[in-house]
Design a protein around this ligand. Sequence first.
Ligand code: OGA
Ligand code: MN
Length: 290
Amino acid sequence: MIQITPLHPLFASEVTGLDLVTGPDDATFAQIEDAFRRRSVLVFREQAISDEIQIRFSQRFGPLETTKVGTNGAGSHLVVLSNIGPEGQIVPPTSRQMLNNRANQFWHTDSSFKPNPARASMLSARAIPLTGGDTQYCCMRAVYTALPERLRDAVEGRVAIHDYTHSRSRIDPELVTVEERKAVPPVRQAMVLDHGPELGRSLYLGAHAAKVEGMSDDAGRSLIDELMAFATRDRFVYTHQWRPFDLILWDNRAVLHRATPFRGTTEARHMVRTTIAGGGPTVADARAVA
Ligand code: OGA
Ligand code: MN
């Protein structure tokens, strides 16, 4: 028997009593899927799992993404977010690994730079720092509902250009390699996603959103900035302070997320992510014209 308890009035629930080594059985899984659809973020407690068990559980939600070139875990089903190097040492703050981790401190949604952006991500805490290193989530369905009419009109039917190079360049213009640029060229994404009559719509943005199609660069930028400032206010945000072996599943099409800072030069943080692929692009033609 699992228990599902809300963590925030708008979204996010905690799931206890789940055994991922033996289960869940189909009935329990259906209960989890239903809670996930409605709550967008599920925190599974006490899951001291292996990579294999994480992959197996993730795959019950759908096919997984393969990690892109240039990211820790490239070519596999895992993304490793860690400040620990191959010899168990803490890596220097200037290393690629650390800079890429720092990019996760901007509000974003995973893989929105891909033509078929991720449906969900599952993140497992294998080592956590004593303080900081939280993960925050922003409920973009509640945000859409709360948008003033002027902003709702501004995003109606609009398309944003999402670009991995844009978001990474905010950390360091040299961070993205030529190989990465080729692998993930800019894509078009709808600014509003429709989840059907019961769940309504969500605003779809985040750090990869660089421009708004049909607007000047400046006007598009200031619309994105205004929407992001509106969205990421405290009332829409759940802050997760990790406990050892928490496992979190989130809906990339309904929430934004970001990591908070921690003392990364003295404390270890090691997280393993699997990413459940999306069911298709958010617009009919996802390719951006350069
Ligand atoms: C991720 C991510 C944030 C964190 O796994 O996609 O952005 O807190 N993680 O590690
Ligand atoms: Mn992320």
